[in-house]
Design a protein around this ligand. Structure first.
Ligand SMILES: [Zn+2]
Length: 212
């Protein structure tokens, strides 16, 4: 809700500017404009803090089989045997299925990877009001880094890794960070320069999705 409150300041500042301009006899704005801005600000403050996303896979990802849940423990020998926590959800998908942007934004990362099959990371930015970044793993990208994608736009296809295809979908609400460096899971405790499992890793199943 803090971010929503911050948004409120923008129209308030605009209204203050309007009043100042009007005093200087610049009559481009009216009191009605100011009123509309204040109503918009009030509705932003009371808006649902959980955004609605577009399903990254055809239909609705929440209707699909989730093969690994958010926060699942991954036992491994990396980092002295610390348990790692899964940073997203693994959703069953067929090979070559289309993958779509869950929200509009800039593609920050889009590349093939010999181990993971490739990934796309989209920065939805402060304009999204919740500083969302979404990352899609095991995907052959069809977009390039630096390009803008609209909500629901195709960004790649699910890659066949030969061991059961799935989409790893991660959601982060902390602005842009190169989450690709953290792979699909993070150690529970600080190790090797990786942070402890931070709160800005969100559970993708807590969002609502419109069908694709
Ligand atoms: Zn995963």
């Amino acid at each position: 809700m803090q971010k929503k409150t911050r948004i409120c300041y923008i129209p308030l500042a605009a209204c203050a500017a309007i009043v100042l301009f009007r005093r200087k006899q610049v009559k481009y704005f009216t009191k009605a404009t100011c009123l509309v801005m204040l109503i918009a600000a009030a509705s932003a403050v009371h808006a649902d803090p959980v955004p609605t996303l577009s399903s990254p896979l055809q239909g609705n990802i929440l209707s699909r089989t989730i093969t690994s849940h958010f926060g699942d423990n991954w036992n491994n020998t990396y980092c002295g045997g610390y348990i790692k926590k899964h940073t997203g959800i693994d959703v069953y998908a067929n090979s070559n299925e289309n993958v779509y942007a869950a929200y509009s934004g800039y593609v920050r990362k889009a590349q093939l990877d010999a181990t993971w099959g490739g990934y796309v990371s989209v920065d939805h930015g402060p304009a999204s009001t919740f500083n969302l970044v979404t990352t899609y793993w095991h995907v052959i990208p069809s977009v390039s880094a630096g390009t803008w994608v609209g909500t629901g736009q195709k960004i790649g296809t699910v890659a066949d890794l030969g061991s059961g295809t799935h989409l790893h979908f991660s959601t982060f609400e902390a602005g842009w960070m190169d989450v690709v460096a953290y792979a699909g899971a993070l150690p529970q405790t600080n190790c090797g320069g990786y942070p402890a499992f931070p709160s800005y890793f969100k559970n993708p199943t807590n969002y609502t999705y419109t069908n694709k």
